[in-house]
Structure formats: structure tokens, C-alpha cells
Design a protein around this ligand. Sequence first.
Ligand SMILES: Nc1ncnc2c1ncn2[C@@H]1O[C@H](COP(=O)(O)OP(=O)(O)OP(=O)(O)O)[C@@H](O)[C@H]1O
Length: 438
Amino acid sequence: MNRPLALVIDDEPDIRELLALTLGRMNIEAALAGDVAEAQAQLSEHNFDLCLTDMRLPDGDGLDLVKWIQTNSPGVPVAVITAHGNVETAVQALKLGAFDFISKPLDLANLRNVIESALKLGEPAPADDNRLLGNSTPMRELRELIERVARSQAPVHICGESGTGKELVARLIHDSGPRADGPFVPVNCGAIPADLMESEFFGHRKGAFTGAVADKAGLVQSANGGTLFLDEIADLPLSMQVKLLRVIQEQTVRPVGAAAEEQVNIRILSATHRNLADMVANSDFREDLFYRINVIELRVPPLRERGDDVLLLAENVMRRLGSSTEMLDAGARKLLCSYRFPGNVRELENMLERAVTLCVNGSISSSDLHVRETPRADDALPAANSATSNLGGHIEDVERQAIVEALEKTRYNKTAAAKRLGLSFRQLRYRIKKLGIE
Ligand SMILES: Nc1ncnc2c1ncn2[C@@H]1O[C@H](COP(=O)(O)OP(=O)(O)OP(=O)(O)O)[C@@H](O)[C@H]1O
């Protein structure tokens, strides 16, 4: 088998040497470049398995090179070498598609880990592309982002309404990245009773408390070498938030009743349907933890923003149920395309399951779908002429709709929504309360 080939870009000969030496010890061949132009020339000529680049180069910067690679050599994993403590640049590089970063001064053990992860990225991923269905622009963009963030080790926070597929996205990130062979451990933070939380997360030693009859590993330890997915992270009590922050920062855990800490190697993904930024503003969520888990944020769009994807998803659900979309008559299809789906894909699945089970003559009409709510807001605006009889009610409806829309467009960030509406934050808060908007 050929030796893997890496490209090292740094204008300092000493660092190039050191990197080449480290790679050589790992049986990886290294090509060297001193600036962006040379790097681009080499990338155009050879197929590299990995690329390590410094940030400051004589004829440009590493971020531009990361961007260039995403377009011109998209399969090549690239890691950037950043000045010590320059978190901002590192995060920018990750967002542009770098899979990881290494801080100066170079720590050789860390460097080796990064290189090993990069090489694993080249191995064929077991992920099945069809799992996150949808051809709409937001879904295509989401899939592209998943591919990019999967390569990195950075924490990703997945936000989006209930039932949009956040857990599915987390699984895809895990399956498409270098930890795919490691465990994926999903945890519903809202489902663990507060008094058991510490021992569930971190494990315990025999005799640590009544009922601890044997040593038990925690969820964090069972995710070692893989991914810990913290679903509904907003439900973590503040006391656990502090402890989790420590795990993320130090990559160590201490089981309840244990004297020593244990080292772990985990990637953290998290999700919630709530607005964490608002929770931070209200002191319900720790700001330091928020910044730690939210290095990269992925938004899973609600089903109503995915256009015709609803029919594609419906087809998939029907097939899974052993039926076909041909059962849906024209009225039912039309309703699926216009309905708001507050419960998103999960609601679609439940709705079709019920309709297939209960339908009598092999055909499903719109009334068999038992839609709970009015169609999408844009179709549901009350007609102006009907308003004359109840002007106050009409104005409230229009106001409510404008506020809900602004909130949705700003991902429920009240400050941004208020700005959009030309209201002060207080005015918006008052109106939300008055109109009973949840
Ligand atoms: N694009 C998609 N393609 C295929 N299935 C999807 C897609 N989006 C969501 N689903 C399905 O919808 C259901 C709900 O998804 P999931 O549980 O991941 O949602 P969630 O956002 O994590 O929900 P909650 O916030 O309630 O935990 C699952 O059965 C999932 O497989």
C-alpha cells in the first residue's frame, strides 16, 4: 500500500522540518510548501490525504487557503496551525471547513492525534446519504454543512423545532466523521431524574451511596472514543452544567465516590428546541457552557420551510409502512403541502401512520389526515373585509402573525425579532404576553 501523502504549508523552515519529521515517523510522506501559491500549485498536481497549514503566510492567510481547498480540492482534510489562544481564528477555520486546529507551541501528541483523525476521514464512510431526506435548498445546505462539521472535532449545537430531525443530524455527524467506529451515545437530558444525574453521567463506585452495589460506568465514559449527544441540553440543571463544563474543558470525569479523575476522549454534540441565547440572557443557562457547546451551530429547518420535501418524506414513511403514496388522493397531497406541521416530521409520520391504519377503502383523503390546525400562516391571514365587524380582533391577528414570523426568522431571538419589527425589546415582550404567544 502507498504511504499516505501530506502537504505541510509554513513559511518557517524549522516548523516545516518538525512537521515533516513527525509525519515521517508516522510513515506518512510529506510535501512542503512555504506560501499559498506554492500550496495551490501542489494541491492541483497531487492527491493529498491531508494538509496542515500555518495561518500567516507571506502571500495570504491560512483561512483563504482553507476556503480554496473546499472549492478546488474538496476531499482533502485540512487542519490549521494557530497562534496560542487564538480561538476566534480557529473557530473561523472550522466554520470554513477545516476539520481541526492545532495551537502553537506544537504539542507532538496532539499533533499525532490530529493527523490520525485526518487519515481516518479518507476511509470510506459507512453513512448512507439517503438517510436525511430532502431536495429543498435548506436541506441540501444542511447536508453539506453536516459533511463539513463531521470532519472537525469541534462541539456542534443543533437547534430546531421538535421533530425536525435533530437526533438524526447528530447521528449523521457522528457516522460521517473520524469517530464513526466509536460509540454514539445519545442522552435525553430532560429524562434523567435530578438526583441520579451525576451518577448516570459520570458513573459511581461501589458503596458511593445506598443502592450503589457495584461500580458503574457513566454515560460519559461509555462515549469514550466516540460522541456524546446531549439532547435537550436546555433541561440540564445549573449544577450539572458546571460539572459538564469541566468534562468538556478537561476531558476528565470523576465517578461519584471515586478518588481520582479518569481521562476521556469524547466529542460533544448537543441539541435543543429552546432558545439557548435567551436562556443565557435570563440566567437559566450558563454562558460559559453555552460558548463551549456552541462553537458551531446547525439549524435544522422546520418542515414547512422545506417545500415539496414533505411529499418525499411522506413517500418514505408510506413505504416503511408497507404502503405507497398512491393511496393519498389529490386533496390529501394538497393539504400536506400547505399544512404548517408544528410537530414537523414526527407529526407527519404519526399522521400517516394513523391514516394508513384507519383508512377503509385503500384511499386517504384530506379528512383522513385529521389536521389539528389551520394551514400555514401565510394562507391563514384573515381577509380584510371580514375584519370590519371585529377590527380589534383583526389587528391582533395581523400583529400576532407579524410577531410569530419575526420570531421564526430570528430563531426565537427576541432582541433580533424586536429590531426587525421596529419595536423595543420591552414593547415586544409586552405584546408577546398580551397576545398569549408561546
Ligand atoms: N430529513 C429527514 N429524512 C428522513 N427522516 C427524517 C428527516 N427529518 C426527520 N426525520 C424523522 O423524523 C423523526 C423525528 O426526528 P428526530 O427524533 O431526530 O427529531 P428531533 O428534532 O430530535 O425531535 P425532538 O426535538 O422532539 O427530540 C425521526 O423518525 C426521523 O427519522
